[in-house]
Design a protein around this ligand. Sequence first.
Ligand code: ADP
Ligand code: MG
Length: 390
Amino acid sequence: MNLQELSAHVAAEFQKTYGRAPRYIAAAPGRVNVIGEHTDYNDGFVLPMAIEFYTIMAADKRPDGANIVTLRSTSQPDAAMVDLAQPITPTAPKWGNYPRGVLAGFAARNITPGGLDVLVHSTVPLGSGLSSSAALEVCTGTLIEAVTGKTIDPIEKALIAQKAEHDFANVPCGIMDQFISALGREGHLLLLDCRTRKTELVAMSDPSVSLLIINTNVKHELSGGEYAERRAQCEEAAAKLGVKSLRDCTADQLEQGKAKLSEVVYRRARHVIGEIERTTHAAEGIRSSNWPAVGNLMYASHYSLKDDYEVSCPELDVVVEIAEDIGAKAGVYGCRMTGGGFGGCCVALVKADSVEAITKKIIADYKAKTGIDATIFSSRPAAGATIIKS
Ligand code: ADP
Ligand code: MG
């Protein structure tokens, strides 16, 4: 379903739920990070793209004029109610906290939509690492813009969304997910400098390539400390190398300072420093449609995450091995794990006209090797959040 068909579907669902047509419709996409993993908290670069999967909100003013926002989601049993006359704080149901946080952020800027009936629907799979949470937040912000007629700087909207995720959902995320959902442009990736927040659109104009998102459908339970441990190791490396963050350290400087670091901390730093460089190189490769070069950077990213950063898992590695077996001749340029690791998705750069054959092959081989069914989507770089009806 394209975005127009999807909004018609959501409008019909709104009609069924609330007994009238919606006056406002807004959408915001999920995302996949093409390269630049575990670089965000090291002041580095990330290179995400918005995907053709969206969270859509259809809404109308409340007929009774009450200053209450009611949100219903097609994926949740319980409605979320937000009384705009009261201070907005986190409460049950959990899913409602993402939009609550955004309503609170806009209210703090004196922008309130007034009482609304809202229906939420998402084609971004929930909890698969494609950032349905950022899509939900950014969609809420975009809906508020549609209703009030006041548009804010998309960077400010992304920051309100990030703060909602921090303060209302208790997830200490970086800026990538909300930035790409708010700022994405069709046919472009977004090179984002996590230090300065400077963004640069990177055109992927060659229609002969597409991205495949391969969900391993596994999520390994961790003791919980892995993410904090990696962050601490990066901070330790930076401190011992005498730099503010690993962004400030070159590969040569790391080699010169190697003796100051434990073997593990050295490898963690080697991943981050290499990955930051790979990310800017990949942006150049995409601009010049040098797909073999971009693909090789993706493979290098994967092996660095696997061996140096140690955040991969057997299922992610199997997908990358299958991709390498298929090879460039049969349409796969590169593949890597994407997201925090220990499960979730891989992203592959592929020839658009081979998507079907590659999908079949990965599903069959992954099933044969792991016994698990993978879920695969393909997407070209999609547009960021948009007002569809206002
Ligand atoms: P991801 O962002 O990778 O999809 P998260 O765990 O960060 O995973 O966010 C998923 C959560 O976001 C869901 O459990 C739910 O609370 C909320 N959410 C996302 N999309 C929707 C939706 N369409 N309707 C209701 N809740 C949603
Ligand atoms: Mg999320």
